[in-house]
Design a protein around this ligand. Structure first.
Ligand SMILES: [Fe+2]
Length: 282
């Protein structure tokens, strides 16, 4: 990403985070002092332990302060937190959840995207590059009942790894949509296969990642929020078999059951995957 794109990504993700995540809007509940003390105390002790163990110097402490200020100034807190911490929050949440496997939401979801009826084609440019790709399937309850009117909110990068709304190049709304399933809970979404991408490298999150020698790459993926009335929304991502970054995802969000193996449809270069979702009572 360019400098402009990193700044754009940071500011938009910050604004989105202020409004709360898509399926867990801020409740406004008062913080529990005991819980704040336990969780924040444990986090601070983890940092103090690292200082002692690694003999952190004043020069390193000052560099840390400057980095924290940079993260704030560039609006990269949502990016940093979603890349390096969200997967643990998601794994804790998943321990008492039934239904389809989820993974992290990430910082690039946008509210109020175009609503489409299945079968649907996501908004795209006339010359949208990339392999034509179809994702199809059915949304069911944990009892196996089709969920009529379920919705599949889907967003992903283009063939160059850019998200609309977070980079200059793709137009607003590109490769994003909220698809309503048919009466049998079935959906069919026509789009383009996304590409792997790096987190923005010119901001403090990317600079930290490169300085530490960690891979900044995410494997290609689709983001999905699958919802139905009275059901817990499944927040997930779907990946593609053979992707070279599946085992080195900077966001640690890949799971074996979330990997697609698309097959040619016989319609030119088009490929297709079928993937069903199961939603528990919410
Ligand atoms: Fe993503």
């Amino acid at each position: 990403m360019t400098t402009t794109d990193a700044g754009l990504a940071g500011s938009h993700a910050t604004e989105s985070a202020r409004q709360g995540s898509s399926n867990q809007r801020a409740s406004g509940a008062a913080a529990d002092p005991e819980r704040v003390s336990a969780v924040v105390g444990a986090a601070l002790e983890g940092i103090r332990s690292a200082i002692r163990e690694h003999r952190v110097t004043y020069s390193e402490f000052d560099a840390f302060k400057r980095w924290l200020i940079d993260v704030s100034d560039t609006g990269e807190w949502p990016l940093f937190l979603d890349v390096y911490l969200e997967y643990e929050v998601e794994r804790v949440a998943a321990e008492d959840q039934a239904g389809s496997t989820g993974t992290i939401l990430g910082p690039f979801w946008l509210d109020d995207q175009v609503r489409l009826q299945s079968p649907a084609t996501l908004p795209m440019r006339d010359d949208e590059p990339g392999t034509p790709f179809v994702l199809a399937g059915q949304v069911r309850s944990t009892d196996g009942e089709p969920l009529a009117g379920a919705t599949v909110d889907i967003w992903h990068t283009d063939d160059e790894g850019w998200y609309s709304g977070f980079a200059e190049k793709p137009p607003a709304g590109n490769l994003r949509g909220v698809v309503t399933c048919d009466d049998d809970g079935r959906f069919e979404i026509h789009t383009r296969k996304p590409a792997p991408y790096t987190i923005p490298l010119d901001g403090p999150t990317g600079k930290l990642t490169e300085t530490a020698g960690w891979s900044p790459w995410r494997p290609a993926h689709l983001h999905l929020l699958v919802s139905a009335p009275g059901r817990r929304t499944v927040t997930t991502q779907l990946f593609f078999t053979g992707d070279e970054y599946l085992d080195s995802d900077v966001a640690s969000a890949t799971k074996p059951e979330l990997i697609l193996d698309p097959r040619p449809t016989g319609n030119g270069a088009e490929i297709r995957s079928d993937y069903d979702f199961v939603l528990e009572t919410g």
